[in-house]
Design a protein. Structure first.
Length: 182
């Protein structure tokens, strides 16, 4: 086997005393190892929490982008609807459905109270004749002609569709038409 080590003498003994011993000294290493393990564990947990927070923010951001896209699409659809209803022909059609008629030339009030222009009551143009259906009229509801008897074509005479002038408000009771300030 091996011989026991001989004690060192002289200069070698002095050097050996300066060098740390090679024997097991676990008592001095334990706090250092615990500190390194705790630092690594804390770093990993911090990294995990940071990654979770970033993922949550990413999901929220994608949801907000999707909501923004949906709202932008809805806004554009509403704007198209407003644009289509704001076109002059659509406005005219809707006004006619409501019973409005063109006003003609406007009259204006001067600051001193005098009227500039000639105020005239707006009148509806005569209705255009609508084509009557070629099928026979309903036997339960015959149309009346000018004399009160059913007409041969089954249509109502134009005189029956004209408004009664006595039912219309008189020009003296209604104010003259006005337009927005110019």
């Amino acid at each position: 086997m091996s011989k026991p080590a001989a004690p060192l003498k002289g200069r070698a003994a002095r050097l050996a005393r300066l060098m740390p011993s090679t024997g097991p000294s676990t008592a001095a290493r334990t706090p250092f190892v615990l500190l390194v393990v705790l630092l690594l564990g804390g770093g990993l947990i911090t990294l995990l929490l940071l990654n979770s927070a970033l993922n949550e923010g990413s999901f929220r951001l994608s949801k907000l982008k999707r909501d923004t896209t949906e709202l932008t699409d809805e806004q554009q659809a509403l704007q198209r609807d407003v644009d289509s209803r704001s076109q002059p022909d659509a406005l005219e059609k809707r006004a006619r459905e409501l019973g409005m008629v063109p006003g003609g030339s406007p009259a204006f009030l001067n600051p001193d109270g005098t009227v500039r222009g000639n105020p005239v009551e707006a009148t509806a143009p005569p209705p255009s004749p609508t084509p009557s259906p070629s099928a026979s009229p309903d036997p339960d509801a015959p149309a009346a002609g000018p004399s009160g008897s059913p007409s041969p074509s089954g249509s109502v005479s134009p005189s029956a569709t004209e408004p009664d002038p006595a039912a219309a408000p008189s020009a003296e009771n209604s104010p003259p038409p006005t337009s927005p300030g110019r």
